[in-house]
Design a protein around this ligand. Structure first.
Ligand code: PLP
Length: 361
């Protein structure tokens, strides 16, 4: 087959990025291994355990349980599945889960699959969840509270300790979605980890800021015992039960994750995030200097309000940018996004503005 994958030159909207060479190499080596059948493929099983130990270290979970999922979506589905399994089905009427309105659409999918209602909570002026709304809406049928640590649209971190306290007081599962933010947060002052709050489950994706190849999401669970409640018997495999949602899984994703973590945790990630943060605040300044309304970036994601016409013209010039529900454009400063590239972007933005001034005159 002759096909050239797209370059990342003009991609400002993606939460995936270029992988590191070691991860790419490891992925190729394990293309044919199936971590879904660990008794038959013990080598990849060991690598997966190593990956989970690393993720535990990042998220400050001492005896980490979990596995490498197909992505954040699967991890979020599994977390809500765990929440539902904590109850005797006869005692649940109309189970609901509390999710900030900035929550990823994967929660809508999870709720649909599991027949759970989502109570979408409003956010405050700082784009994090309104904790008093969570208090008010929690009821006897609530089975879980979700907090977002690095929201997909705004890169903001919900008040994780406050949400955790509410969940603990009402004995409902507390899930933190750090799919994108998880690899950046250890190098910030945000409270988000298992050590910061009574977190039960967490989504943390190596195939986003972890620089691992797709597919590699991460599900962390507070204890092995809790994870085991997801087990299904698997009669025809050498391994006799599975906690995963999918059966056969990607050895490439698992091996690529372990290799990326060996190569980058912690110093490589710290350096990478420091650079990305600097790039994001530089970009925010550049945009403000051009009179755009920017929502101050806390993680390397710059939300900026832009007229539809400008967005269209940027797209015509090849820029891959995205908006959420008519909201701000979100420029995700992933490792492949650097200043030379952003200078080109700003030059195009200036040219578009100049054109409009001429047309309007
Ligand atoms: C990307 C993302 C997800 C979904 O992850 P996939 O790997 O695309 O399935 C979930 N939650 C958050 C916060 C995300 O940024």
């Amino acid at each position: 087959m002759r096909a050239e994958p797209q370059s990342f030159d003009r991609v400002l909207s993606s939460m995936c990025t270029t992988t590191v060479p070691a991860a790419r190499e490891a992925a190729l080596q394990f293309l044919e291994s199936n971590p879904g059948d660990p008794a038959t493929f013990p080598v990849i099983d060991d690598l997966e355990q190593e990956a989970i130990n690393y993720l535990g270290e990042i998220a400050e979970l001492t005896k980490p349980a979990g596995y490498i999922t197909s992505g954040g979506t699967e991890a979020n589905i599994q977390a809500l599945r765990l929440a539902k399994k904590r109850y005797n089905h006869e005692t649940l009427n109309n189970p609901n889960v509390i999710v900030p309105e900035t929550g990823h659409f994967s929660f809508a999918k999870a709720a649909d699959l599991l027949d759970i209602e989502v109570q979408w909570m409003p956010t405050d002026t700082d784009y994090t969840v309104d904790v008093s709304a969570v208090h008010e809406n929690l009821n006897d049928d609530t089975i879980a509270i979700v907090g977002i640590a690095g929201s997909t649209e705004y890169g903001r971190v919900d008040p994780i300790p406050s949400l955790g306290a509410i969940a603990a007081r009402h004995d409902v599962l507390f899930h933190v979605d750090a799919a994108w933010g998880g690899f950046a947060l250890p190098f910030t002052d945000h409270a988000w980890s298992f050590a910061d709050a009574p977190v039960d489950t967490m989504t943390i994706d190596p195939h986003k800021l972890g620089r691992a190849p797709i597919p590699a999401g991460g599900l962390l669970v507070r204890s092995d015992q809790m994870l085991t409640s997801l087990a299904t018997e698997t009669p025809y495999l050498e391994t006799t039960s599975q906690v995963t949602l999918t059966g056969t899984r990607s050895g490439a994703g698992v091996a690529g994750t372990t290799a990326a973590l060996r190569a980058l945790w912690p110093d490589g990630y710290e350096q990478m995030i420091t650079e990305q943060q600097a790039t994001a605040s530089w970009l925010a300044d550049q945009l403000r200097a051009r009179d755009f309304e920017v929502i101050a970036p806390q993680l390397p994601l710059v939300p900026v309000k832009m007229e539809e016409k400008i967005v269209e013209q940027l797209r015509d010039r090849g820029w891959r940018i995205s908006q959420t529900n008519g909201g701000p454009v979100r420029i995700v400063c992933m490792p492949h996004v650097d200043r030379p590239q952003l200078r080109e972007f700003l030059t195009d933005l200036d040219a578009i503005a100049a054109d409009r001034t001429t047309t309007q005159a």
